[in-house]
Design a protein around this ligand. Structure first.
Ligand code: ADP
Ligand code: MG
Length: 498
């Protein structure tokens, strides 16, 4: 594996990268950075969490010319969280060299953005819709742009940004370099690349190598109505340090986080309808572990980069195998092991099969836990905590009381009572969770066989995925475009009122 010295980078950049704690380049980085530095177009495919930001960020910053006051490169990315996060990372990489990156996204005051643009950042990281706004207002000029990066290209297409992207690419001078990064490579991305990239190098780091190696994958077959109780039991038994629960829709996320709170779990939800401040605060709390359970939709979770997630619960089976890999890739990072548990209703079993086929992995069936097991799990947790205190000898101040108590009651009774008091008994407060129709394999109209799971075929589009997106550009629609084909539309109809 390459170190960052091998690329012949500016020493200020190397120092910044090393301050960020990066020791060696990830596979996608070692393969793409030299190609990008050469000035070639490229298509880079690698899973979430493999360091794609630095893979394009390092060349952008290396190539940035501080003497040139114009905008030199633009990164397009699907969501405002990603725009903010990427700009942050680029600012870190560019810190010593003095290269500045500015995030530009819908929902933020445009006047403020225009003022920030006057500070002459070299790099703009933008959501496509808002970038177009600036193009039209001529507050961003494209003549000077020499590198365009399409980040999370698949997700931008899913969110209906294809026309915006095409419009933007048509206006940037043709002499530019174009770098396209995507976790998956459906046909639509390939044709976009064919249209706008010049003889691109294709670099793919295979999903199998990096995703699921250290993730223990399990599923439970469970009726829709029982899912929530089973989820609570699983949380009680596994007592995750930091967990993400994926729900299919925004309503699902709201209901789940509320219901979890009612039952005494420290949970919060995140999806595209929450305002920016709220989303930021939820992510921050999760990073700080002030909340232990984050409930999220696929798109909202894309922008979240948190290490230390121990468990991923797929409360709803994901739309397609790629999303599955994305979701579970939130855990098992940085060499740690993670656990991914998926709830599958009986009618969704063929979906499970297609996920297994595509990821070339067996997902282990696990029995639905009983109430008794949940109690046991919680007791074990209490006992662990007690033993920890004993180990740390952190109980001196309580010794007198203990001795006095032991004169009155026997030790077994006393410890039992203490355990009862300290144990969070499984909570069965009634909650309201609206049922979701089972996810059905899409049939004709998609050119894909039912449950075939083969590459792009199966990937339908943003239809059934949660449709949260960057609402911002205009009052009625946000930045996403309505879907085009019939299958998408009919899917949406089926899932209306979520
Ligand atoms: P992706 O865009 O592929 O989903 P990111 O660029 O968001 O991945 O990177 C995921 C995490 O890995 C981030 O926290 C990033 O700072 C970290 N990271 C990236 N490159 C390296 C590296 N070479 N060494 C260590 N950590 C890295
Ligand atoms: Mg990324």
């Amino acid at each position: 594996m390459a170190t960052f010295y091998d690329f012949g980078l500016d020493h200020q950049i190397i120092r910044a990268i090393s301050d960020m704690g990066f020791e060696e380049a990830t596979p996608i980085q070692s393969q793409t950075i030299p190609v990008a530095l050469e000035g070639k177009d490229l298509i880079g495919q690698a899973q979430t969490g493999t360091g794609k930001t630095a893979a394009f960020g390092i060349p952008l910053i290396e190539k940035a010319d501080l003497k040139d006051e114009a905008i030199q490169s633009v990164v397009l990315t699907p969501t405002r969280e990603l725009a903010v996060q990427i700009a942050e990372e680029l600012n870190k990489i560019g810190q010593n060299k003095g290269v500045r990156s500015l995030p530009i996204y819908g929902g933020q005051d445009i006047g403020r953005q225009i003022r920030a643009l006057k500070q002459r950042p070299q790099i703009i990281v933008a959501t496509p819709g808002r970038f177009m706004d600036h193009m039209r207002r001529k507050t961003i000029r494209l003549q000077s742009i020499s590198i365009v990066v399409l980040d999370e290209a698949d997700e931008m297409l899913n969110m209906g940004f294809v026309e915006d992207i095409e419009t933007i690419l048509k206006e940037v001078p043709e002499t530019r370099q174009t770098l396209l990064f995507s976790a998956t490579m459906p046909k639509r991305i390939q044709s976009l690349a064919q249209k706008f990239l010049k003889d691109p190098a294709s670099i793919a780091v295979k999903a199998k190598e990096m995703t699921v190696e250290n993730i223990d994958q399990q599923y439970l077959e469970v009726q829709e109505k029982q899912k929530f109780d089973v989820l609570c039991r699983m949380l009680d038994i596994q007592a995750p340090e930091l967990a993400i629960i994926f729900g299919r829709t925004k309503r699902r996320v709201d209901e789940l986080s509320e219901a979890l709170l009612k039952r005494g779990y420290i949970a919060e939800g995140i999806h595209g309808d929450l305002n920016q401040a709220k989303r930021d605060s939820v992510i921050r709390k999760f990073k700080e572990s002030t909340i232990e359970v984050l409930v999220a939709t696929d798109v909202a979770a894309r922008g979240i980069d948190v290490s230390g997630v121990t468990h991923v619960y797929n409360f709803d089976i994901p739309q397609d195998p790629e999303s599955y890999v994305h979701r579970i890739g939130r855990t098992g990072r940085a060499g740690k092991t993670g656990m991914a548990i998926m709830f599958v209703t009986p009618r969704e079993m063929d979906h499970l099969k297609s996920i297994e086929k595509m990821t070339k992995r067996n997902i282990t069936r696990r029995a639905v836990p009983t109430f008794a097991e949940a109690i046991e799990g919680q007791q074990r947790l209490t006992i662990d905590k007690l033993l920890e205190i004993i180990e740390e000898k952190d109980y001196q101040a309580y010794k007198n009381s203990a001795e006095q108590l032991l004169e009155e009651v026997d030790s077994v009774t006393l410890v039992s009572a203490a355990l009862k008091m300290l144990t969070k008994e499984p909570n069965t407060t009634p909650v309201k969770i609206t049922g979701e129709a089972p996810l059905r394999a899409k049939k004709a109209g998609f050119g894909g066989k039912k449950g075939s799971g083969g590459g792009g075929k199966y990937r339908g589009k943003d239809g059934g995925r949660d449709r949260d997106r960057n609402r911002s550009r205009n009052k009625k629609g946000g930045e996403g475009r309505p879907p085009k084909n019939n299958a998408e539309r009919s899917y949406k109809k089926r899932n209306k009122n979520k």
